[in-house]
Design a protein around this ligand. Sequence first.
Ligand code: MOS
Length: 696
Amino acid sequence: MTKIIGQPLDRIDGKKKVTGSATYAADVEVANVLHAVIVTSTIAKGAITALDDAAAKKAPGVVAVLHHGNAPELPKAETRDGNQERVLQVLQDSQVYYSDQPIAVVVADTLEHAQAAAALVRTTYRAEAPIGQMKGQLATGYSPKKVGSEPTESRRGDLDIGWTLAEKKVSATYVTPVEHHNPMEPHATIAVWHGKTDLTIYDATQGVFGVRSRMAKIFGLEVQNVRVINAFVGGAFGCKGSAWSHVALAVLAAKAVDRPVKLVVTRQQMFAFVGHRPETSQTVQLGAKKDGTLTALVHDVHAETSQFDEFVESSALVSRMLYDCANATTSHKLVRLDIPTPTFMRAPGESSGTFAIESAMDELAVALEMDPLALRLKNYAALDPNSGKPFSSKSLRACYEQAAAKFGWAKRTPKPRSMTRDGKLVGWGMATATYPANMWPASCKVELRADGTALVLAGTQDLGTGTYTIMTQIAAETLGLPLDKVTFDLGDTSFPETRVSGGSTTASSVGSAVKVACERAKASLPAAVAAGKDRVIIEHKNEEKPQRKGYATHSFGADFVEVEVDEDLGEVRVTRIVAAFAAGKILNAKTGRSQLIGGLVMGVGMALEEHTVRDPRTARAVTRDLTDYHVPVHADIPDIDIITVDEEDTVVNDIGAKGIGEIGITGITAAIANAIFHATGKRIRELPITPDKVMA
Ligand code: MOS
């Protein structure tokens, strides 16, 4: 059989993307469409006392101005089911819970008319003083019931014993900031009603089925009468994992004016009501014997959430499983602020959490006068310390060895400020990367024809990650057909159901469904042909493999980083990254590498640049465009050397892929901070590490 899986094929959708013919949600041509613009609150807490829409209604081209005084009731928008849903603000009352909350929607014949009229809406408020930052508020923290599906707290062994045994201790608090996802494509929705009971939604989303079920519930429709379509996603990083208020507002507006409505969230609004990575304050305490053996580990997390909803940044979960330490506790607390609800952002929990634990491990290595890599190897977890289960596969040792060798780690001189180049301080740092290998049920339909062609369908998404390409590779190889005889399509709720493309699950879950469905189709074709048929159609729902229950399933990696620091300017340049990852089977070496690099680049941004500044007096984001919100550009990124360690895992799922969308952004922030410490002797525990902190 020809080997197609794993090959570094170009993206199947690449040509469409670079020629501008890929149809993103807002690009879909819909006849008779009107344009909607959201008006948002200018206060963060209080109530609207008067909303004057007279001038807006009279403005050219305006068809409707919707607000709490005239919008239809949607009581189901204020409750949520499950982790993916959010409490929405859809013009139901006069309350304001955060700055830039949607308070009105203007619908007009053109976008420009809608924008002009939106500026004419006049609002007065009864304003209260908001609380816009966690600083000073940690005492109000409460324990959420769960962290995703995990317990909020964990405890193993006996910390008293652990501290008694400890010959060295470190304790520090690490802070990670508010960040906004800012994919290139903003959120966008086109809502098209067909009568009163049927609805089509084109939506920029990571999960067409999640949008379908949420909108069906809110608008009282049968799910099968709602169709959600999204062929391309221009980036997401988690903010498109839930249906936010604007989706319901577009549907509501289309219903109110009885015409299709297009609503595109503005870049400024991307800093408001579509989620963000919450600020965290994390305290890590470690105790170890002189030889480096960990005896005590404590990781306590505070993260912000909104007043009306709950999202938990699961930062301490990594500390439960990363190192073999007999005595360990972890906890998560939430602080309610007058802010919009935070959400998943690339490796939610693991990225912020590895900054804390992997910085603390470096601090412990310094205290012990031990090599940071040697300290990690000393505490290498052969079994999952949290559950006691074996890992389905774990090649972290190989990651450490291969990346360290390629980086030249053995040549590091341990003393801070001991390495220089061209008048600059040079620092070498390392950290461990990890992300859970999640797996969800997924369905796939295969139509395999006797003429040697096939159509494969799954209602999943391609966030730019390569889904179109890898699913085609899996199908072609499994069916034994050339790539150009196989068509794979996605992004439509009329296709078989899959879940949200989040948590690095699409390759593993949908990939497994495609593989098994194709195996079944191939096996059943001969009999069908013998019976005179010209095709077989197989629909397969793939579930988690039962044997998974006996194992811990995670990906691992190792990041080695070099920085050059100009202390006078506070400037940090990342000059070299060598990173090794073991994440099961890599389904396409090219798109896979792109995902890992993407995660590392985002990690460089998280370490040095990304930070939403929220004015504590107004609880309002003041960095609200891509000029003020800094992300890495080409000049910030050095050559990145990626090693993928071959890993065969027959337990984790049927395709053997663990998912690589998120692991790249874990560990890397700590590796950079640790390199900066090595260069300068300055331990900076608050991200991002901007020049002022380096100069201080
Ligand atoms: Mo990712 S934060 O699971 O979309």
